[in-house]
Design a protein around this ligand. Structure first.
Ligand SMILES: Nc1ncnc2c1ncn2[C@@H]1O[C@H](COP(=O)(O)OP(=O)(O)OP(=O)(O)O)[C@@H](O)[C@H]1O
Ligand SMILES: O=c1ccn([C@@H]2O[C@H](COP(=O)(O)O)[C@@H](O)[C@H]2O)c(=O)[nH]1
Length: 285
């Protein structure tokens, strides 16, 4: 079911954009050229040149505005209309979802592992799910995901939401109901789609961490992680995406009184103490 949801959207829309561009900018030039050189219509030559000039200007403007709409925005705007019509998959009483957010390298995965150990959560890292899909043989999204991750950009939401929905559904079928959704939602549209179509989150655990600390941790991790984005160029891009695109999501949840902030610039155990308090306060053992 979800596979259908995952399969066609981004690629189809990216292709349709190319088609659309073709329609906007490129009328059949050969017909104008032959009109211009026709001996029966010498007076129209000036008009044709004028028309060609106007067309060239028009297609340049169309091309610039096309470039401004990044593939991500284009895909998401078009798709979100369709997605909103689907009702949410789970009730808040059936499953508990905690979003785990924070900058790259803030320690989200480290703390999630402890919560899994002590509280029986299922840990779903959106980044891990994307890397898995990227490496899955035959995935039509492999290259797209690879490029987005290297550039520190947010993969179109349809892919990530579908991967999460698949994972929650299959775990739910096996009787699992408590989920840590780590590194998601990283963009406003993801937050809205997930809460509308899958289930509203209980709250967000937000790991607050100075950039300098995250940088040190990521560079250290990069020595052994094998991750394509644990290098200084990608890290800078990820920091930027985090500030510009992901922080507004945290701020939105803060306004809803759904954020518990944890200071991550302490030892793993000290951070975990804060994390445990937050979880126990909000959803109990
Ligand atoms: N409190 C801490 N003190 C020192 N090092 C830490 C702490 N928490 C995590 N680390 C280390 O920092 C690195 C990043 O941690 P982790 O992978 O948990 O971060 P993350 O927020 O999940 O990162 P990303 O978003 O990039 O996946 C790891 O090498 C981890 O061992
Ligand atoms: O919702 C998401 C989550 C992640 N990504 C991409 O994956 C990388 C790595 O994520 P980690 O959480 O650090 O493992 C991230 O920089 C994004 O490029 C995403 O697109 N959408």
């Amino acid at each position: 079911m979800i596979r259908n949801f995952l399969r066609p959207a981004p690629v189809r829309l990216l292709l349709s954009k190319t088609t659309r561009y073709g329609k906007v900018g490129l009328p059949p030039l050969r017909s104008f050229a032959s009109q211009g050189s026709s001996p029966q219509q010498p007076k129209s030559r000036g008009k044709v040149l004028l028309l060609l000039g106007a067309l060239a200007l028009g297609s340049t403007i169309a091309s610039i505005s096309y470039q401004k709409n990044s593939p991500v925005e284009f895909v998401e705007k078009s798709e979100s209309k369709q997605l909103k019509q689907i009702t949410s998959a789970f009730s808040k009483n059936d499953v508990s979802v905690i979003f785990v957010l924070g900058g790259p390298g803030a320690g989200k995965g480290t703390q999630c592992a402890r919560l899994v150990r002590d509280y029986g959560f299922v840990h779903l890292s959106a980044g891990d799910l994307l890397r898995e899909e990227q490496n899955r043989e035959g995935s039509q999204y492999g290259q797209l995901i690879k490029d987005y991750i290297k550039e520190g950009l947010i993969v179109p939401q349809e892919i990530t939401v579908a991967l999460l929905k698949n994972a929650i559904e299959s775990n739910f079928e096996n009787g699992r109901t408590k989920f840590l959704v780590d590194g998601f939602p990283r963009k406003m549209d993801q937050a809205i789609t997930f809460e509308e179509q899958i289930v509203p989150s209980k709250f967000t655990l937000f790991f607050d961490c100075p950039e300098k600390v995250m940088l040190e941790r990521l560079l250290e991790r990069g020595k052994t992680s094998g991750r394509s984005d644990d290098n200084i160029e990608s890290i800078k891009k990820r920091f930027r995406t985090f500030i510009e695109t992901s922080m507004p999501v945290v701020e939105m949840f803060e306004k809803q009184n759904k954020v518990v902030k944890v200071s991550c610039n302490q030892t793993v155990e000290e951070v975990y103490q804060q994390v445990k308090n937050a979880v126990q306060d909000r959803i109990g053992k």
